[in-house]
Design a protein around this ligand. Sequence first.
Ligand SMILES: [Fe+2]
Ligand SMILES: [Fe+2]
Length: 188
Amino acid sequence: MLEFSVSERKLQSALSIQRYIHTMGVVKEAKKLAKHYNADVYKCSYAGLLHDCAKDYTDDMKIRFCREYHIPVDDVMKENMDISHQFIGAEVAKREYLVEDTEIINAIKYHTTGRADMYITEKIVFIADYIEEGRKKFDTLYEARKLAYENIDAAMKFILKSTIEYVKSRNRRLHPLSVEAYEYYKKL
Ligand SMILES: [Fe+2]
Ligand SMILES: [Fe+2]
């Protein structure tokens, strides 16, 4: 794995300014959450740093990278290629940033959809992405910020539910991973 500062510089050239600012907000929040929950601060901030490394690729590039990295493009992804940035990002983290740690890779790989039974590092990045300080104010943000530091699984459930409702309100199809994740965290 490259050193944090080396990855930070490398990443800066791959992201728009807006995305870079968002990314550093996620790093900051992930660090805070990791300390709060006694998780691995380095892993959480490193995964936060790389989580959107493939987000600014164009749709054409996303399609090309899915082919090159053998990432299956399911029906939901076909309709919304943006989702693929989590899977491509995980591959880029392995290949370009030499990440081998499963928790970091998974945290990038499932930061948009979530999945059932996530590692603490994955949950922290998922939540930090939603609540970081630069996020424009929206209805569910305050509740998510409060829950994030009270009960991490309740925060997962709340964010997944809000995300699912948002996707439905825009008449878009839900990714099966999000549905599985919500079903899982709903029961806890
Ligand atoms: Fe993302
Ligand atoms: Fe993000």
